[in-house]
Design a binder for this molecule. Structure first.
Ligand code: GMT
Length: 375
């Protein structure tokens, strides 16, 4: 099929899912057209079956806010026409599904169905804001197919937006061949030259991620177990995390790695992942760590309990309960046999329930149904 994908190109889970999905689809013989403001940051290939179309937004002194969503809709229509797209698949409702709705309307009577995948904050934070509620609900209702990345998000969306249509749950996925344990002693040595344990966190450092909790947990672990903390990503709370690390006297044991393209290399050498988020509709970072046999310690919130079975393939604690999270971290780090057992179980969960080979066919099936229905 010929699929147009739009996602945020910046650092964020929905952009990662949209990008990885596009690459997986191309591997399976589809032609994928990314349409967006910039090249998605994890897009590692551009060739005859993965094509990028840049949306250029014309600015004008009259515009206080350049209308990106209109430029995107125009581009979607152009690409659909020139490349004969079968459908559009947009990730994150705002404003992508509104642009897709406009593009579909402009293309009539030619059919250009669109699918909206809801990721989390487009519903739980931004979409429910009164400035966006009405248009978000409209665009979701207008979608030819709607998916949510967890049952929790499906339930929240149905409740908050009183949606009458079916919202299918298609879980996030991980490529278990690419994401696996790494025996890269040289890389590990860069951070932990004396064989210290490695804790890792991966996010966009937004307040919802509670990155300062990560530092607080590490501040409780470090005195008991020689260890290092690796922080992957960047965002508004990066400075606060660094200040706190100074205050707690652990700055020299904390590495701020910034945005990274190949996160699997770092996740694959870590001992545990910390994800103490306020809200997480799925928790892709936890899944990627699990595929690498790195047990996650996360908040019992949103879709995380659908991914992590407490005490089996990771640990869950209440939001903000840094003491309990630190205790789970110590339990794992002080008992290598337990850590390895939980790590193996985590990999099994990733392979048996969330591997790309299981999830991508679910999207393909949805594409076929949506195109068929549009005809
Ligand atoms: O706020 C974020 O974490 C970014 C956001 C996004 O859309 O980029 O992440 C959401 O989508 C991810 C991919 O589906 C999920 O794994 C995250 O759990 C979800 N974030 C939240 O719900 C806070």
């Amino acid at each position: 099929m010929k699929v147009g994908i739009t996602c945020y190109p910046t650092y964020g889970g929905s952009g990662v899912v949209g990008t990885e999905l596009g690459m997986e689809l191309a591997d399976r013989g589809h032609e994928v057209h990314f349409i967006g403001s910039a090249l998605p940051f994890r897009l590692r290939r551009l060739d005859h079956s993965v094509i990028f179309h840049e949306v250029e937004v014309m600015n004008y002194p009259l515009f206080e806010y350049p209308p990106y969503d209109l430029a995107l809709a125009t581009k979607m229509g152009e690409v659909a026409r020139s490349s004969n797209l079968d459908l559009l698949h947009v990730h994150y409702a705002i404003p992508h599904s509104v642009s897709a709705f406009l593009a579909r309307s402009m293309m009539a009577p030619k059919k250009l169905p669109f699918i909206t995948t809801l990721h989390g904050t487009d519903i739980t934070l931004v979409g429910i804001n009164s400035s966006y509620w009405g248009i978000t609900r409209f665009a979701i209702e207008q979608s030819d197919g709607i998916t949510a990345i967890s049952k929790d998000l499906q339930k929240n969306t149905l409740r908050e937006f009183e949606i009458q249509k079916t919202i299918e749950v298609i879980y996030n996925f991980v490529n278990c061949q690419k994401y696996c344990r790494r025996q890269n002693e040289e890389y590990r040595h860069e951070f932990a030259p004396k064989g210290e344990k490695i804790l890792v966190h991966l996010s966009n450092f937004r307040p919802v991620k509670r990155v300062t909790d990560v530092v607080e947990i590490f501040a409780r672990v470090h005195p008991q177990v020689p260890s290092k903390l690796l922080l992957i990503g960047d965002g508004p709370d990066c400075a606060a995390a660094e200040t706190l690390a100074h205050k707690r006297g652990i700055r020299e044991h904390t590495f701020f790695l910034g945005k990274q393209e190949n996160v699997e290399e770092t996740l694959g050498i870590a001992d545990i992942l910390l994800l103490p988020s306020e809200m997480e509709s799925f928790g892709l970072a936890a899944l990627e760590a699990m595929a690498c046999e790195t047990p996650p310690i996360a908040s019992r919130v949103g879709g995380l309990p659908e991914l992590i079975t407490h005490g089996v393939d990771g640990f869950l604690a209440d939001v903000g309960d840094i003491q309990t999270m630190a205790e789970y971290a110590l339990r794992l780090l002080q008992d290598p046999a337990l850590c390895s057992k939980v790590g193996h179980a985590a990999r099994q969960t990733a392979m048996n329930r969330f591997s790309s080979s299981l999830i991508i066919p679910q999207y393909e099936d949805l594409y076929r149904r949506v195109v068929e229905q549009a005809r």
